[in-house]
Design a protein around this ligand. Sequence first.
Ligand code: F3S
Length: 73
Amino acid sequence: MKKIVQKYSECIGCGTCVALCPNFWEMGEEGKARPKKGKKNPETGDYELEVKKVECNKEAADACPVQIISLRD
Ligand code: F3S
């Protein structure tokens, strides 16, 4: 499994992740994106989602202009 971690508080809501990887990303109420079915870590405020395959999340992580999406083993 891989874990997608997004520093939610630093998202500027550009929507690139949603455009490149709509199966995994959606825009939320605050004009920020988040991973669909992701869980907010209460300690860090980051959104986290475990996935079997990284798929388009790699492109989303590479393209995020503020580089807040990371993929961890
Ligand atoms: Fe936010 Fe980066 Fe997506 S700024 S909208 S997480 S591409």
